[in-house]
Design a binder for this molecule. Structure first.
Ligand SMILES: Cc1cc2nc3c(=O)[nH]c(=O)nc-3n(C[C@H](O)[C@H](O)[C@H](O)COP(=O)(O)O)c2cc1C
Length: 258
């Protein structure tokens, strides 16, 4: 049979059409699965910081641990819990630059270099026999090249670090990306945010922590070759525990002994 150019074109178009339909259908079908996986991944980090699970857990184990967490929406501007709001409806990252749902950070307070932040954030309270044992707070800020996303868990005194994770960043491999090193993150446990007089003192040190020094209880080791990323972590911590971060919430919680 002779091939006409028209016939070849028709076959080509038909193949292109079938392929594009397949790509579109798979994108639509996979989108909710990807969203669900991203949600489980985020919960995996939160659960790891909660102290509720030892070691790795499957999706069902994570879901069971998440069910034990008290998820609360906070108005960061006032520090109040917004118990009429559903945590599932709050996506602080998505609305961080939405003028209707976010707050401009005055430049002199913007140590995290994020410009704006969502007015509402979801925080996680962990209870042990009814008493608050940990509070888990999302944190983020600009690093040397990228936004650093993390979560920090504080003990019930709202001052001692129980655990930290930085789970998303795009700093240089081998340099700034050391903030994802679990061994470095483990060194945060037991360090304190504030001194006796309530002044914020936590910092990533310039090098290894001198454990004999008075500052040691507020420091973690510097990252070699990555002083700039380390300084960004210090700055974002100072921001998130200041007046435009969780300062108002933590003051209210301390007063109320939640
Ligand atoms: C290509 C390139 C990528 C770099 N990436 C990072 C980085 O991700 N984080 C960082 O803190 N420093 C990074 N640095 C190094 C910084 O410029 C700076 O030298 C370093 O933070 C100083 O740390 P140190 O005092 O521990 O040597 C990079 C340097 C180069 C040339």
């Amino acid at each position: 049979m002779r091939e006409s150019p028209l016939r070849s074109l028709a076959v080509l178009l038909a193949v292109a059409l079938v392929c594009s339909v397949l790509v579109s259908v798979s994108a639509v079908v996979l989108r909710p699965i990807q969203a669900e996986n991203a949600r489980i991944e985020r919960y995996r980090h939160i659960v790891a910081l909660s102290g509720l699970l030892d070691g790795a857990a499957d999706a069902a184990g994570i879901a069971a641990a998440v069910a034990q967490l008290d998820m609360r929406v906070v108005n960061l501007d006032t520090g109040e819990f917004m118990d009429d709001r559903d945590p599932d409806d709050v996506n602080a990252r998505r609305v961080a630059n939405d003028p209707a749902l976010s707050t401009t950070i005055p430049p002199e307070h913007d140590l995290a270099r994020i410009g704006r932040r969502s007015r509402y954030e979801v925080v996680f309270l962990v209870r042990d026999e009814g008493r608050l044992s940990r509070v888990i707070l999302p944190i983020h800020g600009q690093g040397m090249w990228s936004t650093l996303y993390g979560l920090i868990a504080l003990d019930a005194d709202l001052n001692t670090i129980a655990a930290v994770t930085f789970y998303e960043q795009a700093e240089t491999a081998g340099l700034g990306d050391q903030i994802e090193d679990p061994a470095w993150q483990a060194r945060w446990t037991g360090r304190r945010l504030r001194g006796q007089s309530g002044d914020f003192r936590f910092q990533v040190a310039a090098g290894p922590v001198d454990e004999g020094s008075p500052a040691a209880s507020h420091q973690v080791d510097g990252l070699s070759g990555a002083t700039l990323t380390g300084n960004s972590v210090t700055a974002l911590m100072r921001f998130w525990f200041g007046p435009y971060g969780y300062g108002p919430l933590l003051e209210r919680m301390a007063d109320r002994k939640e």
